[in-house]
Design a protein around this ligand. Sequence first.
Ligand code: ARG
Length: 459
Amino acid sequence: MSESPSRSGVFSTGSDERLVAFGESISFDHRLFRQDIRGSIAHARMLSQQGLLSDQEFQQIHDTLSDIQQEIERGEMEFRPELEDIHMHIESRLVERLGDVGRKLHTARSRNDQVNTDFRLWIREALDRVDSLLKQLQRAFLSRCEADFDVILPAYTHLQRAQPVLASHYWLAYIEKFQRDRDRVADCRKRVNVCGLGTAACAGTSLPIDRQATARELGFEAVAANSIDVSSDRDFVLESAFVLAMIAEHLSGWAEEWILWSTVEFNFIRLPHQFCTGSSIMPQKINPDTLELTRGKTARVVGNLHTLLVLVKGLPLAYNRDLQEDKPPLFDSFDTVEACLGLAIPIVTQSQLQRESISSRLDAGYLDATTLMEFLIRRGIPQRTAHHLVGKIVGFAQSRGIPLSKLTEEELKAFDERLDESLLDVLGAEQAVKAYQSFGSSQPDQVRSQILRWSEQLH
Ligand code: ARG
């Protein structure tokens, strides 16, 4: 049997050891210790301002909590499952050091609002770290834009060669995706940045506290207006898990693409060897394990979101102990996504396009067929007719094993009188890229102006 500070005089026995082992959360929520201490100091300061603690008591609590933080940082605090979680570890240590003064800290507070507040503080910092990593990754792609500006790549749909684009156009596509991720981080942060401290267990308190004061000290932008909502709310955890899952999905798609591009079959990119592994039996192998693991770990991040969605499903108001299970999945999602981003940045920076290999096969796959069709449309041929006609020309060129640009004027005229040699101006990948006109296309001036926009934005 085990005694715990949360068991009041109403209990006739201590806890069964099996419950102690089953119910502890210290093994994972110890990660909240800094936030817990910060929240407790803000709470104690407010209590003293409200006359619920003397100035001297506040000072003692303040100094001792700061000491306890250092103790934990030095690894000196022994974690004991019978104290359940980080909140009770810190409070018990305070009581051990200060006696009755320490016993006053939990005035007008419950672990329900405490957990909610600590986790929000932790997530707020973690979202800021993720945003900074995303920005570094965007910069890594941007730095490639200049270096690779003269490279043309095939764009694919259905993983079949479709149309030619500048390599920079690819890099800008990823910058756009990661910007949306950053926008989602910022939006999610707004709802994370709301203070529930002082809502107590679920109904508020009959003691004269000042919730605005603690919220201000903790840098929260708003004060939650309904105590029963705070006691039950985990929207901010689920939303963060979704934001992270979306980032992981983007990273996974990129990883898959570069895994393909690094094969002998594509040979578009050379990955930095320090992020690849070898084979114990096949000496020639250079395996893209970092990218494969980035793809693989996305499964965990998506799984964590699913775990959290199922966790809160059907919970009645307000706090339920189920909610303790919210931390392992979200910690794991942050750890995983931060690690993946931390590796993506140097891989994007240090990989090299295989220029020779790319350009030597740019003629293959009739990347300029759509531009040829559009050329005919400009000559007044209806789109459907031009589409059919160019299909026939591609079929003919295929049967001869040559690109469109190698057809003679005679051969072209045999398809349609209107096909003169001026159409040679739009054939070939380079000409086709220059022929684009629309906003957001891969036309070099368009791409340049996008690079400029991002250089300013990511400065
Ligand atoms: N360890 C619990 C958690 O993390 C603390 C909250 C306990 N509240 C309660 N009413 N038992 O959720």
